[in-house]
Ligand binder design. Structure first.
Ligand code: MF3
Ligand code: CO
Ligand code: CO
Length: 249
């Protein structure tokens, strides 16, 4: 017996609605991710868009997180807090959006390039997005959660980049972070079976250097220990009887 929630397919339209709003926020914010904009401004714009479209941010006040989105720049792996920092040409920035509509959570993130970036940054971002889709393609109803990390690691190992181990994907629905943990690396176990009605995220974080992470004194900002670049992409997925739906696509 696992503690993973099996949703009724009648709940899927409501879950879809939350996921589509989080997807739309990421689409909308893209035009504002330019040299000179502060991460505070990006936070304000996303917050306003979420409210205008009938949602709320799940991130604001989650364990006292002070802002509505996470903005993770360059060597920040995840959970970066929006602030006065202004984006520079050549930066990469992950924006992570989680919204709630009618109690349902939609969670997605994407790493943007700010103007022309180094070849390394461009490649890291492209490979990380590809790693997410390799993980998604490994999801089959009645397959196993271990398939996801195994597929991602097999793909990433050929690239020279490393996979962050301290942060994982997660079950989601009426709850922001639920069972199971979705590992993005190969733990050499099958883990739980993937069943119709399960909703979860896949959100690999790849580093240009060491996989090791540490959290700064603000209690949130998580960085690469060697200050190497880090990128992340995330989608929320629903498993149906005979297929899967990427809800935030
Ligand atoms: N959206 C992040 C995730 O993918 C979690 C952010 S929690 C916060 O799970 F508190 F840092 F905002
Ligand atoms: Co998530
Ligand atoms: Co997220």
């Amino acid at each position: 017996m696992s503690g993973i929630i099996l949703h009724d397919m009648k709940e899927l339209p409501d879950m879809r609605k939350a996921c589509h709003l989080s997807r739309d926020v990421l689409r909308y914010i893209e035009q504002f991710v330019v040299e000179g904009v502060s991460t505070n401004e990006l936070d304000d714009i996303c917050h306003e868009y979420i409210i205008e479209h009938g949602g709320t941010s799940a991130i604001f006040n989650y364990n006292e997180f002070p802002k509505s989105i996470c903005t993770s720049v360059n060597h920040v792996i995840c959970h970066g807090i929006p602030g006065p920092y202004k984006l520079k040409r050549g930066d990469i920035i992950n924006i992570d959006v989680t919204v709630i509509i009618d109690g349902w959570h939609g969670d997605t993130s994407k790493t943007f390039l700010v103007g022309r970036c180094s070849k390394l940054a461009e490649t890291l971002v492209r490979v990380t997005e590809r790693a997410l889709f390799v993980g998604i393609e490994a999801v089959r109803p009645f397959g196993y959660f271990g398939d996801i990390g195994a597929a991602i690691q097999k793909f990433v190992s050929r690239t020279g980049f490393s996979i962050v181990r301290d942060y994982c994907g997660h079950g989601i629905g009426k709850v922001f972070h639920a069972d199971p943990l979705i590992l993005h690396y190969d733990c050499h176990k099958k883990l739980e079976q993937i069943l119709p009605g399960m909703f979860f995220t896949i959100e690999p974080m790849l580093n240009a250097g060491s996989y090791k992470s540490k959290t700064l004194n603000d209690g949130w900002t998580t960085v690469t220990v060697d200050r190497s670049l880090s990128a992340q992409f995330e989608h929320t997925i629903a498993v149906t009887e005979d297929s899967i739906e990427v809800l935030t696509l």
